[in-house]
Write a protein that binds this ligand. Structure first.
Ligand code: MRU
Length: 329
C-alpha cells in the first residue's frame, strides 16, 4: 500500500506481510480514508487466511475470527472497516468446503471488494458530475480522493468526472488539521492530475464563503446514518453550517458501503486520537507539552445541513430517511 504518512514529499510503498502489519498500518494512518481502510482490512483478513497454519476448518475460522477482532479494533468510526470485514468473514463462513477452498474464497472476496470500490467510485463520480457547472469553484475538506479509496475517489471522483466531461472547475482544499490530509494528500492528487487547486487553512472557509468565492462544497463520509446524519473528518460540520448560512450547496459523496442503517447517532463512536497530533504539526512541537488537548478525529453533520448525498445508486435528497431507505436498503 502507499504509505500516506510520507506524502506529499515522497511516494513510498509499505509491504504488509501479515494481518498484524495491516492492523498497525490502519491504526497509524499509513492507510486512511473510509473505503481504503475497508479494503486494506479485507486484505488483512486475506493475509490471515493465507498465512494460517490451520489444519481443520474450525481452526481456520478461529484464526480468522481472531484476526477480524484485531482489525476491527484499529479505528472505530468509519463503517467501511466493519462492512468489509463482516463481508469477508461471512463469505468464509458460507463456504461448505475444505480449508484450501475457504482460504481461496476469502482472498477472492477481498479482491472483489477492492475491484468493486473503483467501479463504484467511477459510477458515483459520473452521477455527481451532473451537479457540477462549468466554472464552479468547489471546496473540499480532508482527502476523499484516490488515496482514501482503492482508486478514483468519492468527492474527488466527482471532481475528476466533471473535469473528464470538459468542465472547468477549480478546487479549494482545506489543510485539515491536525493530520493535514487536505494539504498533504488532496493537494498531491490534484496537482498530479493538473486540476487547479488553492490551499486554505481550515479557519478561512467562512471568509471565502462570505466573499462569494465558493460555489459548492463536496466532502466524503466515514459513515452515513439511516436518517442522513453524516460522520466525516473533524471540521466538516463547521463547513456545512457555513455553507447553509451562505446558500452554498453542501454535497456528500459516499458509496453504499459507507452507509450504516443500524446505528443511532448517539451510538457512533467518534475516534479520539493522540493529543500530540494537536500539540505538534508534522512532528514539530507548537505548544507546551503539559497543555490539555481535545482531539476528536470526526464530527457529525445533521441532515438539515446536507443538500444531497451522491451515491453510486443515485442522488439522495431530503426527506433523507425515506429516500435512503428506498435507495440503499
Ligand atoms: O482520519 P481519516 O483521514 O481516515 O479520515 C478520512 C475522512 O474523513 C474522509 O473524508 C472520509 O473517509 C471519506 S474518504 C472517501
Amino acid at each position: 500500500m502507499v504509505d500516506q504518512s510520507k506524502l506529499p514529499f515522497s511516494l513510498e510503498f509499505l509491504v504488509c506481510e501479515n494481518f498484524m502489519d495491516v492492523a498497525k498500518a490502519i491504526k497509524d494512518m499509513k492507510v486512511r480514508g473510509a473505503p481504503a481502510i475497508g479494503a486494506a482490512a479485507a486484505y488483512g483478513l486475506a493475509l490471515a487466511a493465507y498465512k494460517s497454519k490451520a489444519v481443520t476448518v474450525d481452526e481456520l475460522i478461529n484464526d480468522l475470527k481472531k484476526a477480524c477482532a484485531i482489525l476491527k479494533s484499529t479505528r472505530p468510526t468509519a463503517i467501511n472497516l466493519f462492512w468489509a470485514l463482516d463481508r469477508v468473514m461471512n463469505r468464509a463462513l458460507s463456504v461448505r468446503g475444505s480449508v484450501k477452498e475457504i482460504v481461496k474464497a476469502v482472498i477472492d472476496e477481498a479482491n472483489r471488494i477492492a475491484e468493486e470500490d473503483i467501479e463504484l467510485n467511477k459510477r458515483l463520480g459520473k452521477i455527481g458530475a451532473g451537479l457540477i457547472d462549468d466554472g464552479d469553484v468547489i471546496l473540499t475538506h480532508c482527502n476523499a480522493g484516490a488515496l482514501a479509496t482503492v482508486g478514483y475517489g468519492t468527492a474527488l471522483g466527482v471532481i475528476r468526472a466533471a473535469v473528464e466531461e470538459g468542465k472547468r472547475v477549480r478546487v479549494f482544499a482545506t489543510e485539515t488539521r491536525p493530520k493535514l490530509q487536505g494539504a498533504r494528500l488532496t493537494v498531491f492528487e490534484l496537482v498530479k492530475d493538473e486540476i487547479p487547486v488553492t490551499l486554505i487553512t481550515d479557519n478561512m472557509v467562512g471568509y471565502c464563503m462570505y466573499k462569494g468565492i465558493i460555489d459548492k462544497v463536496i466532502v466524503g463520509a466515514d459513515r452515513v446514518l439511516a436518517d442522513g446524519h453524516v460522520i466525516n473528518k473533524i471540521g466538516t460540520y463547521t463547513i456545512a453550517v457555513l455553507a447553509k448560512n451562505h446558500g452554498v450547496s453542501f454535497y456528500v459523496a459516499a458509496p453504499s458501503s459507507s452507509f450504516d442503517l443500524k446505528s443511532k447517532v448517539t451510538e457512533v463512536i467518534i475516534e479520539e486520537r493522540d493529543p500530540n497530533e494537536v500539540r505538534q504539526v508534522m512532528g514539530v512541537q507548537i505548544t507546551l507539552d503539559e497543555v490539555n488537548v481535545f482531539n476528536p478525529a470526526f464530527d457529525i453533520t445533521p441532515p438539515e445541513y446536507v443538500t444531497a448525498i451522491i451515491t453510486e445508486r443515485g442522488i439522495i435528497t431530503a426527506p433523507f430517511k425515506e429516500n435512503i431507505r428506498r435507495l440503499i436498503l
